[in-house]
Write a protein that binds this ligand. Structure first.
Ligand code: SAH
Length: 264
């Protein structure tokens, strides 16, 4: 009996899969990937004998059956997922029948599109004293959201929001943020296909005009919406330096020392 690995392919660029993920792709006897979301160039480390299949047109049961079947025949079977496999995938649903059949399962993390989008836009998700919290969320749609996680209630925190799976309804996202108290002039970044060679697109706007900008650029899928009081921080000169770099702030391996402005 082989082992089934759920591997994060990363956001798109073939060199953004982890070294561990690429090594396992090279060892795999069979790989099942989501063709609509995973860039095929990521598969370049697979061996020439490896069976590679696209799960685009399979339902959950067919995917499970495929993985169970291949695990009887190969030592290493890979389910390749976009970004990080623990976010907005169906890992639990797919792993459950494997667990029940006694097939060992492993998970290899990946670079989520949230991280890739922030990097593509040159933005930070946290900023000292401004926001220290990041919420990964989505609008409710076919997948029902838990009541306490409505975008309005989450956005009311005023912290960074990485909004997945919602670009098709950017107008709704905007309406929810405004209802939560965000100003219509608040900056928004939308990143389409972050890190995909020749396809990445970074759109910048405000809550007022971002929907129109997305329409203009025909960005209506595979995009991440970033909203944060930290956006544009590099252009601002008056934000406070992080305590991490403040010599007066005691850290575990670096005793605090007195500095002229630490009051000592
Ligand atoms: N597990 C993935 C998310 C899968 S859900 C991750 O960690 O990134 C699919 C959603 O992820 C898309 O609707 C989009 O919001 C986002 N997404 C995936 N790849 C992306 C990319 N390269 N650029 C921007 N957004 C992306």
């Amino acid at each position: 009996m082989g082992k089934v690995w759920f591997i994060g392919a990363g956001p798109g660029a073939p060199d953004l899969i982890t070294v561990r993920g690429a090594r396992l792709l090279g060892e795999a006897g069979a790989i099942l990937y989501t063709g609509s979301l995973v860039a095929e160039t990521v598969l370049q480390s697979a061996s020439s004998e490896c069976e590679i299949a696209d799960s685009k047109s399979m339902d959950l049961e067919q995917v499970t059956a495929w993985l169970l079947d291949r695990a009887q025949r190969h030592d290493t079977v890979v389910r390749l997922q976009t970004g990080d496999p623990t976010l907005y995938g169906v890992l639990a649903e797919l792993a459950r029948p494997l667990d029940a059949a006694g097939v060992p399962v492993g998970i290899v993390p990946g670079v989520s599109s949230a991280m890739a989008s922030a990097a593509a836009a040159g933005e930070c998700l946290t900023l000292p004293e401004i926001t220290q919290t990041v919420i990964f969320t989505r609008l409710s749609e076919r997948t029902q959201m838990p009541e306490r996680e409505s975008l309005v209630s989450l956005a009311a925190h005023g912290c960074t929001l990485c909004i997945f799976l919602s670009i098709e309804r950017i107008e709704n996202v905007v309406a929810n943020l405004v209802e939560a108290g965000w100003a219509s002039t608040a900056p928004v970044v939308v990143v389409h296909k972050a890190t995909w060679p020749d396809e990445e697109l970074v759109l910048r706007g405000t809550l007022e005009d971002i929907a129109a900008r997305c329409r203009e650029a025909r960005v209506d899928r595979q995009a991440l919406i970033l909203v944060s009081p930290a956006l544009g921080a590099r252009a601002q000169r008056d934000t406070k330096p992080s305590k991490l770099y403040d010599a007066a702030f005691p850290r575990r391996f670096r005793p605090a020392r007195e500095t002229p402005d630490s009051g000592g």
